[in-house]
Design a protein. Sequence first.
Length: 95
Amino acid sequence: MVNRAVVQEYQSPIVEQAIAVAERGGIESVTAHAVAAAAGVSEQTVRNQFPTDDSLVAAISAALAAQLTVAMQQTFFDALGATDVTGLRGLRILL
């Protein structure tokens, strides 16, 4: 069985470095080799978590979407002065 905490520990820095690689050279520069070099890990370590370059790009997309979601929620919460804007009630307030 895979220890999810260990997987996430490695994925987060790898995804962060993949984002940095994309910021410097564009999305086409995101390769396991480039990300491994930026993260200071072996290419095999990157491949263990992300078998293809496309899976690295997908992880970048998911991470950025999650960051955007958190930022938008915080902005709405701040604007509304609300602390509990969840569920259907939260949706109604935000809309």
